[in-house]
Design a protein around this ligand. Structure first.
Ligand code: COS
Length: 385
């Protein structure tokens, strides 16, 4: 398929592909086994300007958009979803600043983010607020010219590794979702520490831990947008980032498919390579169709986002849901093609399948995405009646 990428876009994809193949593939199994954050790979991505892709040029970035970010994320995910999660979560944490930051906040934070000098994390989820994002308990209480944060954020990607955190906390519970604030908290701020480091099923090269706020004081100028906008900022951030999760799905599915094809061509049973059997051929054909359909949707939605469209909620939820369901199906089927070999750690398939599962869960479960999509459909139907 030709997606009519520009020369620039092809160059970005090729750079990410080269880093993925040369630097990530050789170490991915070890990073997974040791549950190790990919510090060296992050440095290489930074040197190649990968962290600045979607950041405007006036803040030190390359001024590209969602499509370029998706191309990079796809290539990294094709090699290792743990590494690509560390990279993509950085964009997730950056969007609140990019979309809602003041000029002063943007000038202060974006150049270091664009250069990869400082990593970012997004802090929304809590023990009792996963799908129900408005149910967060962490508080941001105003005290003079400061906000005082108390509470614990859970399962935060890049937690501990990031220097900058965009955190959603309740400033006025009586106002429900309209009572939340989004604030920037820097690592090292007194009262801000890291709690439990999670041991995960997959994406084990990414860091996931708790953020603990105990009377952590941040200046008023760290509030993003206006008071009470925290929930909307979180929703708009997720609208922006979910297409990238779709790109992760396309990447890991492509990686798994390639492994299955390679295996099917060399594995001989009943005196011929198993790719000669129709049962295998149909599985491979179905995988190819699903991957191409997912890629087409993800690229189309990314282009729609880049067009400056105002309401991207439904489209980005569709890209996320479809491509990540494809990722789970394709990694499972690719492992099936490889049989016992796919199940063994000698091959990357079992890791790809473990890794893929999170895509149907994080940045909003695919069940929540379907709710979001249907809410938008209902709105459209009542507008058009
Ligand atoms: N863009 C702009 N505004 C939005 C919005 C969006 N994408 N989604 C919701 N809002 C607004 C609503 O319009 C509503 O505004 P009003 O108060 O003016 O009516 C307000 O926000 C509250 O919305 P709603 O009533 O739909 O909120 P709910 O509590 O029912 O929750 C869902 C909505 C389920 C969509 C939300 O909680 C969600 O996205 N959950 C998943 C969270 C998630 O992705 N977690 C992963 C953590 S990050 S890895």
């Amino acid at each position: 398929m030709d997606y009519f990428l520009t020369e620039d876009q092809e160059m970005i994809r090729d750079t990410a592909r080269e880093i993925a193949q040369e630097r990530i593939v050789p170490v991915r199994a070890e990073l997974d086994e040791k549950e190790e954050f990919p510090t060296e790979i992050i440095k290489v991505l930074a040197q190649s300007d990968m962290f600045g892709l979607f950041i405007p040029e006036e803040y030190g970035g390359l001024g590209k958009g969602a499509l370029e970010l998706c191309l990079a994320v796809e290539e990294l995910s094709r090699a290792c979803l743990g590494v690509s999660t560390s990279y993509a979560a950085n964009a997730l944490g950056t969007y609140p600043i990019l979309l809602f930051g003041t000029e002063e906040q943007k000038k202060k934070y974006l150049p270091d983010i664009a250069s990869g000098k400082r990593l970012v994390a997004f802090g929304l989820t809590e023990a009792n607020a996963g799908s129900d994002a408005a149910g967060i308990q962490t508080t941001a209480t105003q005290s003079g010219t400061e906000y005082v944060l108390n509470g614990t954020k859970q399962w935060i990607t890049n937690g501990g590794e990031a220097e900058i955190y965009t955190v959603i906390a309740m400033a006025d519970r009586s106002r429900g979702a309209r009572g939340a604030n989004a604030v920037i908290v820097e690592k090292g701020t007194p009262g801000f520490t890291f709690g439990k480091k999670e041991k995960k099923m997959g994406i084990r090269a990414s860091a996931t831990c708790e953020l603990v706020f105990d009377n952590c004081r941040v200046p008023r100028q760290n509030v993003l947008g206006r008071d009470g906008m925290g929930f909307i900022i979180a929703m708009k951030t997720l609208d922006q980032s979910r297409t990238g999760v779709g790109a992760q799905g396309v990447g890991v599915a492509q990686g798994a498919f390639e492994e299955a094809c390679k295996f099917a061509r060399t594995r001989v049973q009943f005196e011929k390579p198993i790719i000669g059997f129709q049962a295998i051929q149909h599985m491979l054909a179905d995988m190819a169709i699903q991957i191409e359909a997912a890629r087409s949707l993800v690229y189309s939605v990314a282009r729609y986002v880049d067009s400056g469209a105002k309401d991207i909620t439904k489209a980005s939820a569709m890209a996320k849901t479809f491509a990540t369901d494809v990722a789970m199906k394709v990694t499972t089927d690719a492992l099936q093609v490889m049989g016992g070999s796919g199940y063994m750690r000698d091959y990357p398939l079992e890791k790809m399948m473990r890794d893929a599962k999170i895509l149907q869960i994080y940045e909003g479960t695919n069940q929540i995405q379907r709710n979001v999509i249907c809410q938008a459909l209902i709105k459209e139907l009542s507008r058009n009646k």
